[in-house]
Design a protein around this ligand. Structure first.
Ligand SMILES: Cc1cc2nc3c(=O)[nH]c(=O)nc-3n(C[C@H](O)[C@H](O)[C@H](O)COP(=O)(O)O)c2cc1C
Length: 188
């Protein structure tokens, strides 16, 4: 567990694209975190091998070990993801599989987790967000079902997400509600 009294939130992004809108939203969330809440982006999902039960043993190599370690240090998790073909991007699903083991004792077990993100479609990736909630709900975390934010990319008008005041306010609301679930309410 972290040494500080800050609430530590692990942030996972379901896109590896350099210009990813979801990554921009994740970075904005990090900036907008209220005092007492620290968001930490795990930036190495793309380096991870596909989950293989045969190699999931005491010698788990990096970055599989690193993801579990940062997840273990976190009090909560925020997932920011696009939708790929109506579902969860493979890189994120692979991370869920890694984080689902050891079964019954995973690093995010019982920790609050919220899922948000942006996609091109008119519903902002809601299928991917619902399925990510479903899958993480089986994997161990305590999914916060009523914290939702699915952003159609068109609503950003081609600008950086920080330019959208409504999105900034919604992000603050998401972080505040997620942190409150840790039992550490914060003013937002
Ligand atoms: C392989 C692939 C599949 C996609 N499938 C969907 C989809 O099912 N629904 C949707 O709204 N957008 C879909 N998109 C468009 C993404 O929502 C869009 O590229 C988004 O900006 C990706 O997020 P990013 O900017 O964070 O990389 C898809 C994009 C790719 C590359």
């Amino acid at each position: 567990m972290p040494e500080s009294s800050e609430t530590e939130v692990l942030v996972l992004v379901g896109s590896l694209r350099a210009g990813s809108v979801n990554r921009q939203i994740a970075e904005l969330a990090i900036q907008e975190a209220p005092e007492g809440v620290r968001l930490r982006l795990f930036d190495r999902l793309g380096e991870r091998p596909f989950y293989n039960e045969d190699s999931d043993n005491d010698q788990v190599a990096e970055p599989g070990r690193a993801l579990r370690q940062v997840a273990g240090e976190a009090d909560a998790a925020l997932v920011v993801t696009p939708e790929y073909n109506g579902s969860i991007p493979g890189v994120l699903k692979n991370a869920i599989d890694w984080l689902s083991r050891p079964f019954g004792n995973s690093a995010l077990k019982d920790k609050p987790l919220a899922v948000i993100g942006a996609a091109l479609g008119r519903y902002g990736g809601v299928w991917a967000h619902d399925e990510t909630r479903k899958s993480f709900g089986i994997a161990g975390p305590r999914v916060i079902e009523d914290v939702k934010l699915s952003v159609p990319v068109a609503t950003l008008d081609g600008k950086h997400p920080r330019e959208n005041a409504e999105l900034v306010a919604n992000l603050r609301d998401v972080i505040g509600k997620l942190a409150a679930e840790v039992g550490n309410p914060v003013a937002v």
